[in-house]
Ligand binder design. Structure first.
Ligand SMILES: Cc1cc2nc3c(=O)[nH]c(=O)nc-3n(C[C@H](O)[C@H](O)[C@H](O)COP(=O)(O)OP(=O)(O)OC[C@H]3O[C@@H](n4cnc5c(N)ncnc54)[C@H](O)[C@@H]3O)c2cc1C
Length: 411
């Protein structure tokens, strides 16, 4: 039996694209290494406005209006809601759409893919053969089939966090802290020489809090032991102990993966297609916003009997990564390269300047919802309003920064 589309994976990317494909009447099969309804482990955060604009605010399990950061001793209030998805609700939302579209699930580990002009054949570890006119690889940041060029070291966002009960609240009641870069708990030498890390923390209600020490990005990534040690020292500095651990989060994922090869016959989505925002690490909002265009291109391509599978794949890749998004990806990767060079004092100044931009600009930058000219204007404004130390860092071109900037013209 030949499906229209075979989707590999059962994470957020796979379910987001599969649900859009079945909604367009396509015959979709899924291949998942585990039961697709197996609960996800990651906690997914998102700005409230992003989910509201998609009409999916009801999928949040928690929502905070009191959202702020610390880049010096004074809190900087963001004036925007932040939310955490209810993972089960989000997963079930997508699974229900897939089920309503009669999607067929197979369980197994994809190991080989053979492409023909009209059909691709996928083999699983236990010898199953699955056929489809198009295969979408949504198997995560280290995809099983999607190829991308090697462009040097890839930075990882690393974090160690605890959901639990604490001897005293790590953040105020009802509060969400996006980035607390205060570093009084570190010795001066360690603060200046070590990798900058920040606290990401929130009140989950009923005496439960989530506190996570995070390194935005570094290659190689900051080790978990360092993050764990820093979290406990930060808490101890405030006279706080962890009293009960409900869940420990060990978070590590790549931030600035190069774009995939857009001429390959397997199409990627999610981590597999380098869709993580290279300057913030967020992706779920993008999955929700970008899945419809990809699914529409696939449906349109498959509806044309004259088109071969490679031609449909080419249409799909263009819909997922049009020129403007590729250019913005280049700018974000360039920006991240700069951020990774800043010592902590300049990094704090950078973020204080960034979040002092008009809300539409910093929000649009972080969610990748500005168009290219708007993004450039936001970056120029940031440059114009930043202190000299930050500007100097932005002007110096080191390492591969010029090459990354060149990709803005030729991504
Ligand atoms: C701890 C953590 C916290 C994060 N928090 C956020 C956040 O708050 N907000 C945000 O926007 N992003 C966040 N991210 C980033 C990103 O959104 C996640 O990494 C997201 O899970 C990536 O989704 P994905 O579907 O592409 O990959 P995954 O979630 O990794 O899913 C991959 C799927 O493919 C399957 N698979 C893999 N190989 C095979 C194979 N060979 N055959 C069959 N199936 C296979 C896996 O079993 C899995 O079902 C976080 C990441 C981590 C690690």
């Amino acid at each position: 039996m030949i499906a229209d589309v075979l989707v590999i994976g059962a994470g957020p990317a796979a379910l987001a694209i599969a649900s859009e494909l079945v909604s367009r009447g396509l015959e979709v099969h899924g291949l998942s290494a585990q039961d697709p309804a197996e609960p996800w482990r990651n906690t997914y955060g998102i700005w409230g406005r992003e989910v509201d604009r998609l009409g999916l605010g009801g999928l949040l399990g928690h929502r905070w209006s009191d959202s702020l950061s610390y880049f010096n001793d004074q809190p900087l209030r963001h004036g925007l809601d932040y939310g955490l998805f209810d993972r089960t609700k989000l997963q079930n939302h997508w699974l229900a759409i897939c089920a309503a579209g009669a999607m067929v699930w197979h369980q197994g580990q994809a190991i080989a893919l053979d492409h023909g002009r009209q059909v691709s054949t996928l083999a699983t570890a236990c010898g199953q053969q699955l056929q489809a006119r198009l295969v979408v690889d949504a198997s995560g940041h280290q995809p099983v089939f999607v190829q991308r060029p090697d462009q040097g070291p890839v930075a990882g966002q690393a974090a160690y966090g605890v959901v639990g009960r604490f001897s005293a609240p790590p953040v105020e009641s009802g509060q969400f802290v996006l980035m607390d870069y205060r570093s009084d708990h570190l010795g001066e030498g360690e603060d200046q020489a070590g990798a900058p890390t920040f606290l990401y923390a929130m009140d989950l209600g009923d005496g439960l809090f989530f506190a996570e020490e995070t390194s935005l990005a570094l290659a190689p990534p900051v080790p978990f032991e360092v993050l764990k040690d820093r979290l406990h020292r930060r808490l101890a500095h405030g006279g706080i102990r962890v009293e009960q651990v409900e869940h420990e989060e060990f978070c590590l994922f790549p931030m600035n993966l190069p774009l995939p090869d857009l001429s390959q016959q397997v199409v990627g989505f999610g981590g597999a297609a380098s869709m993580v925002h290279p300057a913030s690490g967020y992706m779920v909002g993008s999955l929700l916003r970008r899945a419809p265009a990809l699914a529409a291109a696939i449906a349109q391509g498959l509806a044309d009997p004259a088109l071969t599978s490679p031609a449909v794949a080419a249409m799909a890749w263009q819909a997922l990564w049009p020129l403007e998004l590729r250019r913005k990806h280049a700018l974000y990767c360039f920006g991240l390269e700069k951020l990774m060079r800043y010592p902590s004092a300049q990094l704090r100044q950078f973020f204080a300047t960034f979040f002092a931009l008009p809300q539409e600009q910093w929000y649009g930058f972080l969610t990748n919802t500005l168009n290219l000219p708007e993004l450039v204007v936001a970056m120029l404004r940031l440059f114009a309003t930043a202190p000299w130390g930050v500007r100097w860092g932005l002007m110096q071109q080191q390492g591969r920064e010029l090459a990354l900037l060149g990709k803005l013209l030729n991504p």
